[in-house]
Design a protein around this ligand. Structure first.
Ligand code: SF4
Ligand code: SF4
Length: 128
């Protein structure tokens, strides 16, 4: 199972804000009923501006079983946040969100890969 489906910590750790035009009222995809205006040009997912954030679109229990109710229509910050080691690298935002909810950081093993040194990223460099 994808590790995010038993986590959801990042949906309950940060303010999820974005350019207002990502909401449907502005021509974007994010349902207006789940969005609040937080500045002249900025909107945020409802529930993520409070002291203990939890996105209004998040269903389920953090650390057990969760689902984003607007997955296909979620805003850009949700697309951009990468789970640690999903692409072979750790992610500080993922690790810190999990820590806030008492969850250990993901490891390569969570993706079915053996633990080990991280290889070079990008094309191998040639030496003359
Ligand atoms: S819109 Fe979905 S992915 Fe984004 S913070 Fe809310 S529940 Fe999480
Ligand atoms: S904190 Fe990391 S593992 Fe948890 S849902 Fe977010 S990206 Fe996935």
């Amino acid at each position: 199972m994808h590790p995010c489906l038993s986590c959801g910590a990042c949906c309950a750790a940060y303010r999820v804000s974005f350019y207002w035009a990502e909401s449907r009222a502005g021509g974007g995809s994010v349902p207006d009923g789940l969005v609040e205006q937080v500045g002249p040009w900025r909107a945020a997912m409802q529930g993520t501006s409070q002291a203990a954030p939890r996105c209004a679109a998040l269903l389920g229990t953090v650390g057990e079983s969760v689902r984003c109710s607007i997955y296909e229509d979620r805003p850009s910050p949700c697309h951009e946040l990468k789970a640690s080691w999903e692409d072979g690298l750790p992610d500080d935002k993922c690790d810190r969100a999990r820590q806030r909810h008492g969850l250990a950081p993901l490891t390569q093993q969570d993706w079915g890969r053996p633990e080990g040194p991280v290889g070079p990223v990008g094309p191998a460099r040639r030496t003359a």
